[in-house]
Design a binder for this molecule. Structure first.
Ligand SMILES: Cc1cc2nc3c(=O)[nH]c(=O)nc-3n(C[C@H](O)[C@H](O)[C@H](O)COP(=O)(O)O)c2cc1C
Length: 257
C-alpha cells in the first residue's frame, strides 16, 4: 500500500497534545495544503481563522460545548463558509446597478451559495487534517463551533455572510501515544452501487448490532437500548438543540436579503 493510503488508514482523532508549539513551517504547509483543496468555481468562498491566543482557546473550549481538551491544542483552525468577500467585491464593482440596468435581479448570497461555501470550507479543512497527519500533527474536528452563533460572531468578528462550520484542534502527538482506531459500519451499509438502496429493518438491525452490544444497561437516561441512549445523549441533547437554534439564526441572517 502507498504512504497516503497508510496515512488515511491510520488517522484517528487526537484529543491529547504534546506540550510543543506547532512550528511556523508546519503551520504554513498545513494552510497552503488547505487552500490547494478543490474549490467550486475556484472561488474559495471560505476563510480560515488561526487561533493561538490562550484566552481565545479557553473561551472557545467553553463555547464549544465545554470540551476542555480544546484549550490544550497548539493551534485551532476555524473554517468559515464565507461569501462576504465576493459580495463586497460585487458591491464595489456596481454589480447591483449593472443588474438593474440589464434586467437581472440582484440579491445577497442564496442558500445554494451557503451550501457550496460549506462544502468548500469542509473540503479545505480535510486537506488540513491530512497534511497535519503527514507532519506528525494530530487533529480533532469540533462541530460545536456551529453553536452559539451570536457569541462566536462577536468573538471572531464575523461579518454577515460568514458562518464558522468547523474547527480543528491541532497539536503534535504526545510521546509514546497509542492510537485507538474506532470501528466503522460495514461497507455494505454505506456504499451502494448505482442507486441508493433503502435498508430494510433486518438490515438496519444487523448494521447496528455491534453498537447494541456496547449498551450500558445502567445509564442516567433511563434508556432501555442503545438507540434510546444515543437519541438522548446525541441527537436530542442540549448541544444538538443549541446547534439547531444557532443554525436557524444563521439562516435568518443569510436569507434576509
Ligand atoms: C463534523 C465533526 C464534528 C466533530 N465534533 C467533535 C467534537 O465536538 N468533539 C470531539 O471530541 N470530537 C469531534 N469529532 C470527532 C469524532 O468524534 C470522530 O471523528 C469520530 O468519533 C471517529 O473517530 P476517529 O476520527 O478517531 O476515527 C467530530 C468529527 C466531525 C467529522
Amino acid at each position: 500500500m502507498n504512504e497516503t493510503v497508510e496515512l488515511l488508514k491510520n488517522r484517528c482523532s487526537l484529543r491529547k497534545y504534546a506540550d510543543k508549539e506547532i512550528s511556523r513551517e508546519h503551520l504554513d504547509i498545513i494552510l497552503e495544503m488547505a487552500m490547494r483543496a478543490p474549490t467550486a468555481g475556484n472561488m474559495m468562498p471560505y476563510s480560515i481563522i488561526v487561533v493561538k491566543d490562550e484566552l481565545m482557546k479557553d473561551k472557545l473550549s467553553r463555547t464549544c460545548d465545554n470540551q476542555p481538551f480544546i484549550r490544550n491544542a497548539s493551534v485551532l483552525l476555524i473554517f468559515v463558509a464565507d461569501y462576504q468577500k465576493w459580495y463586497d467585491y460585487y458591491q464595489i464593482n456596481d454589480v447591483k446597478k449593472f443588474c438593474y440596468e440589464n434586467g437581472r435581479s440582484f440579491a445577497g448570497p442564496s442558500s445554494a451559495q451557503l451550501f457550496l461555501a460549506l462544502e468548500d470550507a469542509l473540503i479545505a479543512s480535510e486537506n488540513a487534517v491530512i497534511a497535519s497527519e503527514s507532519l506528525g500533527i494530530g487533529s480533532c474536528y469540533i462541530g460545536d463551533i456551529m453553536e452559539n452563533y451570536e457569541t462566536h460572531k462577536e468573538l471572531l468578528n464575523l461579518p454577515k455572510y460568514a458562518f464558522p462550520v468547523a474547527m480543528l484542534c491541532l497539536g503534535y502527538y504526545p510521546e509514546g501515544y497509542k492510537k485507538t482506531k474506532r470501528d466503522r459500519f460495514d461497507e455494505k451499509y454505506i456504499v451502494f452501487s448505482e442507486r441508493y438502496q433503502k435498508l430494510n429493518n433486518e438490515e438496519i438491525i444487523t448494521m447496528f448490532a455491534d453498537l447494541d452490544k456496547r449498551f450500558p444497561e445502567k445509564n442516567s437516561y433511563n434508556a432501555k437500548n442503545f438507540a434510546q441512549l444515543h437519541y438522548a445523549y446525541k441527537t436530542n441533547s442540549d448541544f444538538s438543540n443549541e446547534m439547531e437554534r444557532s443554525i436557524n439564526e444563521v439562516l435568518k441572517v443569510w436569507n434576509d436579503k
